[in-house]
Design a protein around this ligand. Structure first.
Ligand SMILES: NC(=O)c1ccc[n+]([C@@H]2O[C@H](COP(=O)([O-])OP(=O)(O)OC[C@H]3O[C@@H](n4cnc5c(N)ncnc54)[C@H](O)[C@@H]3O)[C@@H](O)[C@H]2O)c1
Length: 335
C-alpha cells in the first residue's frame, strides 16, 4: 500500500523539490500544502512537469490555523513540515509574524499529528539555531544560540517538537539543513542574489558582510537527506544536521560565481541595508554530518570545491533559463 505523505511549505524552494522527488516514487501518495492566496498560485510547484503535477494533491491553507492542520494531517502516515517564514532580515521587521508562523504553526502541526496518530513527523529546523560556531564542525550537541528572531522562532519550534517526543512519545524527528542552494531558490538568499545581480548588471554587485563563512549544500543532497529520513524506520535520533561539510567564505563564493560568468572586473559595493546588526551576524557555520552519514547512510555528492563549483554552474544555468525570475528580482534588496 502507498504511504500517505503530507509536505507543508510545498510551494517553496525545498518543498517543491521534495514533493517532485516523492511524486516520482510509486511508494508515495503525496499531498502538498501551499500557502493560501486568492490567485491560486502554486509557486515553485509550477516548475514540475504537468503529468507529474497531476499526481500531487494540492491543498491551500495556512499553518497558523488549527482547523486546517487538523484536517490535512488526517489519515497521513508521514508529515514533513517545511512551511515557515525564513528570511532573517524580515524577522527584524516583523518578529511577531515569525512567532505566529514558525512557533504556533509548528505547534499546530505537532498537536494535529498527535491527535491524528501520524506515524512519522519531520520538523525542519535550520543551522541558524546554533548561531556563530563555538567550535567546528558543529555537531548536534553544539549549544543553541539564536542571534535573530528567525533563529529564536526555530529554536522554540524545535523544543516544542522535542517536548512532544518526550512527553507524548510522538514519533518526531528534527531535520536541520545548513544553507541549501540551487534552482528555484528566492533571491533573498545569498547565492541567487549574487547570480541574478551578476547576470543582469555584469560589472557590479551590492553585498553585505562578505567575510562570513557558510557550509553550502546543493538542493539534490538536501532532498536526498530528507528522503533518507523519510524512508528510515529509525526515529530514535532526534536532531539531524543535513550539510555537505564544505565551507566557503562569501568573498570566495563571489569569485566562484564571477569566474563562471566570465566577469573580469567586478565592483563590490557594500550596502548598509544588507549588513546584519553586529551581534546578530552569524560569522561561521560549518557542520558535522557524521550523524546522518552513520545512522541514515547518507552521503553528499557535492562536498568539495570542484563539486561545489559544478553545482553553482547548474544553478547559474537555471537562472539564465528562467529569465523572468532572474530579471524581476535583481535590483532591489529582496528580504
Ligand atoms: N533554504 C535554506 O537554505 C534553508 C536552510 C535551513 C533550513 N531551512 C528551512 O527549510 C524550510 C523551507 O525553506 P525554503 O528555503 O524552501 O523556504 P521558502 O520560503 O522557499 O519556503 C517556505 C514556504 O512556506 C510557506 N509558508 C509561509 N508561511 C506559511 C503559512 N503561514 N502557512 C502555510 N505555508 C506558509 C511559504 O509560502 C513558502 O512556500 C523552512 O522551514 C526553513 O526554515 C531552509
Amino acid at each position: 500500500m502507498k504511504k500517505k505523505i503530507l509536505v507543508t511549505g510545498a510551494c517553496g524552494f525545498i518543498g517543491s523539490h521534495l514533493v517532485e522527488k516523492l511524486a516520482k516514487n510509486k511508494k508515495y501518495d503525496v499531498t502538498a500544502l501551499c500557502y493560501y492566496n486568492s490567485s491560486n498560485s502554486i509557486g515553485n510547484l509550477s516548475y514540475i512537469h504537468k503529468k507529474l503535477l497531476k499526481k500531487i494533491k494540492i491543498i491551500f491553507g495556512d499553518v497558523r490555523s488549527e482547523d486546517l492542520t487538523t484536517n490535512i494531517t488526517k489519515n497521513k502516515d508521514i508529515v514533513v513540515h517545511l512551511a515557515a517564514l525564513i528570511s532573517i532580515p524580515y524577522s527584524y521587521v516583523s518578529p511577531k509574524s515569525y512567532i505566529d508562523t514558525n512557533i504556533y504553526g509548528t505547534y499546530n502541526i505537532l498537536n494535529s499529528c498527535k491527535n491524528n496518530s501520524v506515524k512519522k513527523i519531520i520538523i525542519t529546523s535550520t543551522s541558524e539555531v546554533y548561531g556563530t560556531a563555538q567550535y567546528v564542525p558543529i555537531d548536534e550537541k553544539h549549544p543553541l544560540n539564536s542571534q535573530s528572531p528567525y533563529a529564536a522562532s526555530k529554536v522554540a519550534a524545535d523544543q516544542i517538537a522535542l517536548s512532544f517526543k518526550k512527553s507524548f512519545n510522538l514519533p518526531v524527528l528534527i531535520a536541520r539543513p545548513f544553507n541549501t542552494f540551487g534552482p528555484r531558490q528566492s533571491s533573498r538568499a545569498i547565492i541567487p542574489t549574487l547570480i541574478t545581480q551578476m547576470i543582469n548588471q555584469k560589472n557590479f554587485i551590492k553585498v553585505g558582510n562578505i567575510n562570513t563563512k557558510r557550509d553550502f549544500t546543493y538542493i539534490d543532497d538536501t532532498i536526498n537527506g530528507f528522503i533518507k529520513l523519510i524512508n528510515s524506520k529509525k526515529i530514535d535520533a532526534d536532531q539531524i544536521n543535513i550539510a555537505s561539510g564544505f565551507e566557503i567564505e562569501i568573498k570566495n563564493l563571489i569569485k566562484v560565481i564571477s569566474n563562471q560568468l566570465d566577469i573580469k572586473k567586478l565592483r563590490i559595493i557594500f550596502d548598509k541595508k544588507r549588513i546584519r546588526p553586529k551581534n546578530s551576524e552569524v560569522y561561521r557555520l560549518l557542520a558535522s554530518n557524521k550523524k546522518i552519514k552513520k545512522l541514515y547512510n547518507w552521503q553528499p555528492k557535492y562536498k568539495n570545491a570542484r563539486n561545489f563549483s559544478y553545482a553553482i554552474s547548474k544553478t547559474i544555468d537555471w537562472f539564465k533559463l528562467n529569465k523572468n525570475v532572474s530579471i524581476s528580482n535583481f535590483h532591489d534588496y529582496n528580504i
